[in-house]
Design a protein. Structure first.
Lengths: 116, 112
């Protein structure tokens, strides 16, 4: 099973709202990722959790707050977003056996976020 | 600087008309190259991993090949359902922490 699930599929929120995106995988992967993808662009890396610890934060604004409650779950908490944050948010996971091993990432279906 | 370039940006084919997509890369050290297919509004779907020059992988009408500087995704006798954006991504080593460097993608349209 190479499935990564994400909820919700679609989210519309105002600039003063607080919402969360959720991601789950049951492949025993130890790395999980958040990406942001704008239309006609490739995915842009936001955060990486490796063995449940935040290992990469690609200078993402603090209005995005990641959380990894356990090795299967990844959340992205949203607060005071701007209209330009509207995008497809993708979650991915990989085995991350070691820092030097080839590491295939498997993506979820994404959450389409619209900020009004 | 590590870089991945895909060409063409868009490709229109008639059903049954075979063609190839190109992914050229400049990285300090290649750990692996990945091909993904992405349908509009959906997450990328994993297709292939290529590790070393000369390697080939096949899946239905798709065949991926790798050289020291580029990869090709050959599409044989495509069907309309092959229409999608094809993304190439590279995992460089060392020092990249295993993260992916994506190309901008090739949007493939196959007309019946």
């Amino acid at each position: 099973d190479t499935e990564v699930t994400q909820t919700p599929k679609h989210l519309v929120m105002g600039m003063t709202n607080k919402k969360s995106l959720k991601c789950e995988q049951h492949m025993g992967h130890r790395a999980m990722y958040w990406y942001k993808q704008k239309a006609k662009k490739p995915p842009e890396l936001m955060f990486v959790y490796s063995y449940e610890k935040l290992s990469i934060n690609e200078s993402v604004p603090s209005r995005f707050s990641p959380e990894c409650p356990n090795s299967s779950l990844l959340n992205l908490h949203l607060h005071a977003l701007q209209p330009e944050d509207s995008a497809l948010y993708l979650c991915a996971s990989s085995q991350r056996k070691s820092a030097s091993d080839l590491d295939e990432q498997f993506f979820g279906p994404g959450t389409r976020l619209t900020v009004l | 600087e590590d870089q991945v370039t895909q060409s063409p940006e868009a490709l229109r084919l008639q059903e049954g008309e075979s063609s190839s997509l190109n992914c050229s890369y400049t990285v300090s050290g290649l750990r692996g190259l990945f091909w993904y297919r992405q349908d509009p509004g959906k997450g990328p779907e994993f297709l292939f991993t290529l590790y070393s020059a000369g390697e080939e992988k096949e899946k239905e009408r798709l065949k991926a090949t790798l050289t020291k500087k580029e990869s090709f995704l050959h599409i044989t006798a495509p069907k309309p359902e092959d229409s999608a954006t094809y993304l190439c991504a590279v995992q460089a080593s060392p020092g990249s922490q295993g993260n992916l460097i994506f190309g901008k993608g090739t949007k493939l349209s196959v007309k019946p």
